[in-house]
Design a binder for this molecule. Structure first.
Ligand SMILES: Cc1cc2nc3c(=O)[nH]c(=O)nc-3n(C[C@H](O)[C@H](O)[C@H](O)COP(=O)(O)OP(=O)(O)OC[C@H]3O[C@@H](n4cnc5c(N)ncnc54)[C@H](O)[C@@H]3O)c2cc1C
Length: 374
């Protein structure tokens, strides 16, 4: 942390506490955050902080995105898809976009006029990304996009969506390309259901349909077709590190709310913090949390030096998200029956945490990647 990052953390805490927390129950009920929170986040400097100033960003680094993701999760604002927008969607455009593309899309991502999403997963292809069926066929100055995506974060509100599609179905990985699709006013594009999930209820995780949607040829990311799979592989370490950071932020929150609870709740005539079991449970959780935090800090510095490899990022994603679920489960137990009640933050955290072991590559896929390096 630097002084500048500490200041950013303070303004994040203020933003999440004042602008998001009061609305969060309502957002969960409506299955979506309010549209205007995105523009407010843009005004508060929480969008594209790591993008260069010439494209509307704050000229920061991944450390800025890390602070924002950590603070969002420490504040319990897990369903607002800002980390994905900042640290997954925008970097594709910055790293692979032409000058024209960067100028067209990044400034509006920074203000919240565009909300980013990335659409890889399909009903029949998740872990096995090469099995996608969505196609993009060149037709004059356009591509014709056909296919169905599912489980897409920011799927109802997102209006700048990176779509993974096959430009040549005979070429395997080399036939996959990425397209940046502006969806406002796009004919033959439909949003399907806002999916009913067990957690992360404030996020509009959705189905998307492209029924021969015509998009400009200039939507293709990269210098030619067929570069998509390599871009995805290149960006995945950052995506995985980001998910590990979510876990760290949530572990901090779980310990904080549990510590408050066990100090205020009494049984057998004394606060439950005074039972040795409570102390040992929390001592173990805090120790593991510290180990996790140190590992994530190491990964962040490696990443800032451009040295974070896929294997280490996969370890961080798998280990931290598993740890998060274990710690939240133990914290919930210390709440007794109240931990099972949705009005207590630990209950929501229990529901929200589960998906972290599934998305961004399942933890089984992480282990496969680690095993490949042995
Ligand atoms: C809330 C939520 C948000 C999401 N957001 C996005 C998003 O924004 N964009 C997007 O594109 N996707 C998103 N996803 C999709 C997510 O990335 C996929 O669900 C995930 O990659 C797993 O794919 P799948 O669901 O098809 O499971 P499958 O691939 O069918 O896997 C089923 C099971 O088989 C296991 N398995 C699969 N292959 C192997 C193997 N080779 N060896 C061992 N085990 C294996 C898996 O680990 C898993 O346990 C989201 C999902 C959820 C739930």
């Amino acid at each position: 942390m630097t002084e500048e990052l500490e200041l950013l953390a303070t303004s994040c805490r203020r933003f999440f506490l004042h602008e998001c927390a009061p609305h969060y129950d309502r957002w969960e009920k409506q299955g979506c955050v309010d549209r205007e929170i995105w523009t407010k986040a843009g005004t508060a400097g929480l969008l594209c902080a790591a993008m260069p100033e010439e494209y509307g960003g704050a000229g920061g680094t991944f450390a800025h995105d890390a602070v924002i993701a950590l603070e969002a999760n420490r504040a319990g604002i897990a369903g607002l898809g800002i980390p994905l927008h900042n640290a997954i969607v925008a970097p594709y455009i910055l790293n692979y976009g032409s000058q024209e593309q960067k100028q067209r899309w990044l400034p509006k991502l920074a203000t919240g006029e565009f909300i980013g999403a990335i659409a890889m997963t399909e009903p029949a292809a998740g872990s096995d990304l090469q099995g996608i069926r969505t196609t993009a066929k060149r037709s004059g100055n356009c591509y014709v996009l056909s296919g169905q995506k599912t489980f897409i974060t920011n799927g109802q509100l997102g209006n700048l969506i990176i779509v993974v599609a096959k430009t040549d179905s005979t070429l395997g990985a080399k036939g996959i390309s990425l397209f940046v699709v502006e969806t406002d006013g796009l004919d033959s594009f439909r949003r399907g259901r806002n999916l009913d999930k067990i957690g992360l209820k404030a996020n509009d995780t959705s189905e998307l349909f492209f029924d021969d949607a015509k998009i400009p040829a200039a939507s293709l990311l990269g210098t030619e077709e067929g570069q998509g799979f390599y871009m995805l592989m290149d960006q995945l370490p950052q995506e995985r590190l980001l998910i590990a950071l979510h876990a760290v932020g949530r572990i901090d929150r779980a310990l904080a709310v549990t510590l408050d609870y066990v100090k205020s709740r009494s049984a057998f005539g004394k606060p439950i913090i005074e039972f040795q079991n409570t102390q040992f449970e929390l001592a173990e959780c805090k120790t593991e949390a510290t180990i996790g935090r140190v590992f994530v800090d190491y990964c962040i510095s490696r990443h800032l030096d451009k040295k974070l490899d896929t294997t280490t990022a996969s370890m961080a994603k798998y280990w931290l998200t598993d740890l998060q679920c274990r710690i939240i489960d133990r914290c919930l137990q210390l709440h007794g029956g109240y931990g099972y009640m949705n009005e207590y933050p630990i209950a929501r955290m229990f529901r929200d945490a589960r998906v972290e072991r599934i998305y961004g590559g399942t933890n089984e896929i992480m282990k496969l990647l680690i095993a490949r390096s042995l």
